[in-house]
Design a protein around this ligand. Structure first.
Ligand SMILES: NC(=O)c1ccc[n+]([C@@H]2O[C@H](COP(=O)([O-])OP(=O)(O)OC[C@H]3O[C@@H](n4cnc5c(N)ncnc54)[C@H](OP(=O)(O)O)[C@@H]3O)[C@@H](O)[C@H]2O)c1
Length: 251
């Protein structure tokens, strides 16, 4: 028995079109899971992640939904609750950068809606259906800003601290009923989300100097933790926020 084997499991990955979500969906498929990939702009047919998952011999379906639209999220939640989802990776997220004194209501509302409120709506619906079947694995994408405050991103820090709290709240209620709930806190990963930091020589150097691994992370660095938290290997792990950060938090 391989405790990391996901053969026969159905996984939903939000934000699967690119970046970290792409690598997570790919890793789950490589471990044996069929995948439903969700994002705001994913192509109904022929997406890059869809082609990658099917090349790995697994089925793929794309669902498009804008997480800044509560009705679209409610519709998506109802669709997914009717599917036999074993693994929910709540990864889609956005970031808006502006100093706190100039951080607009629009920035705050969008980041809280996409990164926290929509995550709860999906977890409530899909997790509720998992509870009826007595089995499920929920994995959120948290952040180093679940632990720290960051700079110029107050809404993002508040949302990601909220994701850590939500992970623990759901785990307390659901673990004893067969549904584990955990989060991965990626360090500084080179994706579109961090392009502004990568393009700022001072910030980029300061960040790199603090990473014991000596390099920025890559999306595929999240693969192992994702499969672990989605598989039987983590059946006695719940309510945890697992940093995958090249050692950043130890400094
Ligand atoms: N990169 C890092 O260093 C880092 C560190 C810690 C945490 N994270 C978190 O990791 C997650 C993935 O980020 P990433 O770095 O992979 O960023 P990314 O490359 O910008 O990808 C974000 C993904 O989320 C989707 N998304 C964004 N806004 C959405 C919306 N309104 N509705 C539906 N989907 C939406 C995007 O969909 P489309 O492709 O359709 O636009 C995309 O697939 C986020 O939760 C982020 O906060 C990232």
């Amino acid at each position: 028995m391989n405790p990391f084997d996901l053969t026969g499991r159905l996984a939903v990955v939000t934000g699967a079109k690119r970046g970290i979500g792409f690598a997570m969906a790919e890793a789950l498929a490589a471990a044996g899971a069929d995948v439903i990939g969700v994002s705001a702009t994913i192509e109904p047919e022929g997406s890059a992640i869809g082609r990658r998952v099917t090349a790995l011999g697994r089925s793929f379906r794309a669902l498009r939904a804008d997480f800044n639209d509560p009705q679209a999220v409610a519709d998506l939640a109802a669709t997914l609750a009717a599917e036999p989802v074993d693994i929910l990776v709540n990864n889609a997220g956005t970031i808006r950068r502006a100093p706190a004194a100039e951080h607009s209501d629009a920035f705050w509302d969008e980041v809280l809606q996409v990164n926290l409120t929509s995550q709860f709506a999906l977890a409530r619906a899909v997790g509720g259906a998992m509870l009826e079947r007595g089995y499920g694995k929920i994995v959120f994408t948290a952040s180093l800003l679940s632990f720290q405050g960051g700079i110029n991103v107050p809404g993002y820090a508040a949302a990601k601290a909220g994701v850590a709290g939500l992970t623990k709240a759901l785990a307390n209620e659901w673990t004893g009923r067969g549904v584990t709930v955990n989060a991965i806190a990626p360090g500084y990963i080179a994706t579109d989300n961090t392009q502004a930091l990568q393009d700022d020589p001072d910030r980029s150097r300061a960040i790199l100097e603090r990473i014991p691994a000596g390099r920025w992370g890559r999306p595929e660095d999240l693969a192992g933790a994702t499969v672990f938290l989605a598989s039987a290997a983590s059946d006695y792990v719940s309510g945890t926020v697992l940093p995958v950060d090249g050692g950043w938090l130890g400094r």
